[in-house]
Design a protein around this ligand. Structure first.
Ligand code: ADP
Ligand code: MG
Length: 207
């Protein structure tokens, strides 16, 4: 596939909602170790709302991303919902009136989303958050973007997964997990894990 269209975006959001639904117990289990055991249920609830027809059935990419972002902000309590919501709302803004995106265009849109998460959450790399999956995902995406969307998204999915796994030995410095101090070490971060699913499902729908 050479371009990321509204149909690709819809398929991505549906795939993400489905994977979150299938893995919500696992995500909540991760959050029970270093948080308050709600990340899986939070994210599944938010994305299930995001893919309801009233949100999903949009004619253009920017409106779709905006609706998804708004659904996440309004349906997901806690920290991650507003952060993912900001990701999609910033992505919407960057998308503008583009009817479809090539790899370079999607890179700009995803970077705008990540910048929104950084602006709002103020996390740095290795703080043991979703940023630790998103940042390497976008680096990997950009490294092969010239060879096309499929290669870029595939690389991003793998890098996001590796980034999520690499959060295990880290000490949490942001969010609820940071209250645990040293006890946060040895557990994979739930938000980084839900971000791995985000990029893995992107890889799946563009390949
Ligand atoms: P809460 O911690 O409010 O219960 P969730 O359990 O839904 O919210 O989400 C927790 C996840 O949010 C963490 O695993 C982490 O990845 C992410 N997170 C927390 N604080 C930040 C932050 N400041 N910046 C980026 N991500 C964060
Ligand atoms: Mg939680």
């Amino acid at each position: 596939m050479s371009s990321f269209s509204i149909d690709t975006a819809k398929a991505w959001m549906q795939a993400y909602a489905q994977v979150l639904e299938e893995n919500k117990e696992y995500l909540t289990e991760l959050d029970s170790a270093i948080g308050d055991a709600d990340h899986g249920t939070n994210m599944a609830r938010g994305m299930n709302a995001a893919v309801e027809p009233a949100n999903l059935d949009q004619p253009d990419l920017a409106t779709l991303f905006k609706k998804v972002g708004l659904a996440l902000v309004s349906k997901v309590g806690g920290t991650a919902g507003p952060l993912y919501g900001t990701f999609f709302m910033r992505a919407a803004k960057e998308t503008g009136d583009a009817g479809s995106l090539d790899a370079a265009g999607l890179s700009r849109v995803l970077h705008a989303g990540l910048q929104g998460v950084l602006d709002r959450g103020k996390a740095e790399l290795q703080d043991k958050t979703m940023v630790d999956a998103m940042t390497p995902a976008l680096e990997a995406f950009d490294a092969v973007a010239a060879t096309g969307l499929t290669a870029a998204a595939t690389a991003a999915g793998k890098a996001a997964r590796a980034g999520a796994e690499a959060t295990t030995p880290l000490l949490a410095r942001k969010g609820r997990a940071s209250y645990l101090g040293e006890r946060s070490v040895g557990h994979q971060d739930p938000g980084a894990t839900s971000s791995a699913y985000l990029f893995e499902t992107l890889a799946k729908v563009v390949s």
